[in-house]
Ligand binder design. Sequence first.
Ligand code: FAD
Length: 509
Amino acid sequence: HFDVLVVGAGSAGSAIASRLSEDATCRVGLIEAGHMPADPDIADPLKWTQIQGRDYDWAYRTTPQPFTANRVHEWPRGKVVGGSSCLHAMAYVRGHPDDFVPWEKAGGARWSYEGLLPYFKRSEAFAAFPAASRGNTGPLDVILPEEAVSPIARAYMAAGNALGAPKISDHNTSPLNGTTPNSLNIRDGRRLSVADAYLTPEVLARRNLTLLNGYEIERIEFNGTRAAGVLAVVDRIAERVSADRVVLCAGAISSPLILMRSGIGDPEALRSAGIHCHIESREVGANLQDHLLALGNVYRSKKPVPPSRLQHSESLMYLHSKDVTRAYGSPDIVLGCVVAPSAAEGLEAPAYGSAYTILCGVTHPTSRGRILPGGPTRSDTPIIDPHYLETEYDRLTFRTALKIAREVGHHSALAEWRDVEIQPGPAAHTDAALDDFIARAASTHHHPCGTCRMGGDDNAVVDPSLRVKGLENVFVVDASIIPQIPSGPINAAVVAIAESWAASAPSLA
Ligand code: FAD
């Protein structure tokens, strides 16, 4: 029996279990379907694209997407201690302060950028330069490895500057729009997962913290509106684990699925999956948001592309599509420079070392998708429908992003490297051709979120304290609670959510 049972040792769960167990009187259980990372490739920043699909990846797939040429999109997710932070690309981007205005509207000042700032700071160890808005004593190293940046990424940033994009110090001090190398979660040349940072051997040795790995949660069990604990499956054997409080940190796909398997959700959706509805909560699994990137605007290089010394994707460039010189406000598009050929499945991918890629995408997509259970048990394949590019705003903004990516790619600042454009290729110059290319090239940037939306309104899944509405002692604290996706990659925000919730947890009965 635990005082608090944290479900999922991913980005959020690792941070929460570590913080809650600082109080030696609090018995914390941390349950994880995966095991401790055993594959040395996880730690190698250069291998992040190669480790997808291995046995520690949940390897989800979406339904065919009508606006992306009916393609099924692969969604890797970590099934390992460290969760998706063991697979991620290590880019550390808090987001623009304005990104958190919808969060504040949903949950109050605590969820504004200013409200989250102490928790961003508490989580990070950033030493590149001193800044009041940065933390330098937290567990999660954030490096700004300017000296290691590829000459191609430097030329791409110079092209952006020549077109008027501002130069910025980094993505997390201020402002966000402009050119900078990526800030990364890397320590001594190795990936630093959130578990590496927070679940150190000293933390795991705490007597009041128990890590149960290899335990996959089937569902939460209730006495009325109180959770009694969870039903887990370990080595094919069902086991009950009881707790005073259950905190779901199973991520944006699994947290809503666990709730729905436990009978919390939209009654009709549950009925279709053969699940009895215990508590009606219509938006569980809804409000699904994700960033897409077009993979990509690929160029053959005149000379061999030097191998990346980082993680290939070296510089995200946030911009306003209507005025790339604008420094203020939250960006609406993003470009990225990959010092390797990066092409979606089905598109021509030149040999490694012979090409580089400019990525592009929309930072605030307005399409909203949904996750539904495929049946009553954890072995039923979920139905993941992100509704990619369903809105005209998303499609038109994406087209503009591709046009700006090509302006950067064709700029004289890259002349030393550029031979010919391979994708979409010189023949693609009409809007229709660009839209067709985007449909075939758009791929997840791996930021699904929003499926247990936080808010003060009746339909929100969790309230501003992140308690599941209708239940007394169940909380969701992970990427699911995000009401609206921030501009950039979301791991920094997920860790800040976890830090903020952990700080308030003792006061939550
Ligand atoms: P997760 O970290 O996914 O944790 C969920 C945990 O719950 C997992 O360990 C899982 O195994 C466990 N779990 C799930 N279901 C069950 C169950 N039924 N029983 C028991 N345990 C369960 N973000 C960035 O900021 N920068 C990047 O560069 C970046 N790149 C990415 C690249 C890839 C390939 C991927 C996959 C993600 C990337 N992200 C990036 C996104 C980022 O990693 C995630 O948003 C973040 O890790 C989500 O944290 P979470 O705690 O919500 O979920």
